[in-house]
Design a protein around this ligand. Structure first.
Ligand SMILES: [Zn+2]
Ligand SMILES: [Zn+2]
Length: 395
């Protein structure tokens, strides 16, 4: 977007001042406070006592508000990927509000449009408008007037969700800012510290202010980095990507290519080794009877998607690699090229029959799945061989 076209009349002033203000304070006041505290003599009146408690509170709030968004706003309310008992709902609504990302109602409305119109103009955080826009720009200024909200009727029937929607700013301010200060104060009084106000201030700055900014920037990455960095094993028909590194920043939401293919699955990191703490918590809560009806896409459908995608990319990549090889290398590698094309066809056929099996809920054995996993590895090998030959023929 050109700067002269900057839509000043579309600036969301309250949101912008809050987001930019909290970020600036976290970058200035918080380090300054930590620095001066560090250099104060131990017996100074203004010295904060109870730093261990303050940082423990930061960690608790970091996870509680982060999961409020990923487990609550995202997987529970936007996608209905599992059912939750009221204590879980109440927790994610309280701490979701304290992450200052709007109400669950409005967040879900935006997010459902995002899935329906991903990468299109209607997508509220459309990545084709650039990293900045998808990350935070869409909140700072609205390019278009808001569309009427009509895709969250199910949530509107939930009194707890609507209660949070009505009072979200108050709940956020109380749970997110006032409560850390009160807890810090209480802890200092309980331990007989001379100046409990200073512990309250530290708790407010660290577990309130700084934590808000850290969680916001992390969860905003779901809309930006998750559509830019990583692999696309399940589909290249949209920009969403799988990245373990981004999963670390986003409480497990980094496996976004899978998520856009199978949005009703409560898992984003579907493989056992993938880092998805949100999934682990939903599963643990189900063992405690606090969540139920966890929705999982059957392995056969997941495998069918992987095979189909691999068949498409293998065909495409082999053609472009083969075209780049010099005549002699191409002759030497003719067998590999032909075999890779055969394999691409084979993968497409296997994807179709798996899809049919999934539709009729027919049993597909573990041996078949691991055989197919072998075919995927074979495809990777062919590509690797030709890439090496390409590098050799270019040299
Ligand atoms: Zn997305
Ligand atoms: Zn989603």
């Amino acid at each position: 977007m050109k700067f002269k076209n900057f839509p000043i009349y579309r600036i969301e002033w309250v949101t912008s001042i809050f987001l930019i203000g909290t970020a600036l304070l976290s970058l200035t006041v918080v380090p300054w406070f930590l620095w001066t505290q560090y250099h104060l003599p131990v017996d100074a009146v203004n010295k904060v006592h109870g730093w261990g408690f303050v940082w423990a509170l930061f960690i608790f709030y970091y996870y509680a508000t982060g999961f409020g968004i990923t487990l609550g706003y995202h997987r529970l309310f936007s996608h209905l990927s599992f059912k939750a008992k009221w204590p879980v709902k109440l927790f994610v609504l309280l701490f979701g509000a304290a992450s200052f990302e709007n109400s669950a109602h409005d967040w879900s409305a935006d997010h459902r449009i995002h899935h329906k119109h991903v990468d299109e103009d209607e997508d509220p955080y459309d990545i084709s408008k650039g990293f900045f826009y998808a990350h935070i720009g869409w909140l700072l200024f609205r390019l278009k007037p808001p569309t009427p909200v009509n895709n969250v009727k199910d949530l509107e029937a939930d009194p707890l969700v609507m209660w949070q929607h009505r009072y979200v700013q108050w709940i956020g301010a109380f749970v997110g800012f006032v409560m850390p200060a009160v807890l810090g104060y209480g802890f200092a009084v309980f331990n007989g510290y001379t100046n409990p106000g200073m512990t309250a201030l530290a708790a407010f700055l660290i577990a309130g202010l700084l934590r808000t900014v850290v969680v916001q920037q992390g969860t905003f990455c779901i809309n930006s980095l998750c559509h830019m960095i990583g692999r696309q094993p399940y589909s290249t028909s949209h920009s969403a990507r799988d990245s373990g590194a981004v999963a670390l920043l986003t409480f497990g939401e980094g496996y976004h290519n899978y998520h856009h293919e199978f949005q009703h699955d409560y898992r984003n990191g579907v493989k056992a080794w993938q880092f998805d703490p949100t999934k682990w918590i939903i599963w643990t809560l189900s063992k405690l009877g606090l969540t139920e009806d966890l929705r999982r896409v059957p392995d056969t459908r997941i495998m069918a998607a992987e095979l189909k995608e691999k068949s498409l990319t293998l065909g495409r990549d082999i053609d472009s690699l083969a075209a780049r090889l010099d005549a002699r290398t191409r002759e030497l590698k003719a067998k590999t090229i032909a075999a890779a094309h055969e394999l691409a066809k084979e993968l497409a056929t296997r994807a179709e029959s798996l899809k049919e099996a999934a539709a009729t809920k027919a049993e597909v054995g573990h041996e078949t799945l691991s055989e197919l996993r072998g075919l995927l590895n074979q495809a990777a090998n062919y590509l690797e061989t030709l890439r090496r030959a390409d590098a050799g023929s270019a040299a």
